[in-house]
Write a protein that binds this ligand. Sequence first.
Ligand code: ZN
Ligand code: ZN
Length: 92
Amino acid sequence: MTCEVKDLKGTMAIVCGRRASKSCRYCHGASSRLCDFPVVREGKRGTCDAPLCSRCTTRIAGDGDLCRAHAPLWDTALGRPKVGPGAEGETT
Ligand SMILES: [Zn+2]
Ligand SMILES: [Zn+2]
């Protein structure tokens, strides 16, 4: 397992685990992102981690990504804003 320090808009976060090395879940192209939807797996909090490419991801605020299964749940289940394709840069 590898750990890296991520700078999320001034907030430092330590991210541990597998970085994207699998193929995209949907188009099977090279993935560069992982779904960040929070899940509980075997009693532990984690993230979905579905591998996604830049075309198949749904961007969320804070430099996150969602898979297609979780993208519709982000704003309804969690009440968080979603940044969809082409919507980046609208907030100042
Ligand atoms: Zn893809
Ligand atoms: Zn997901």
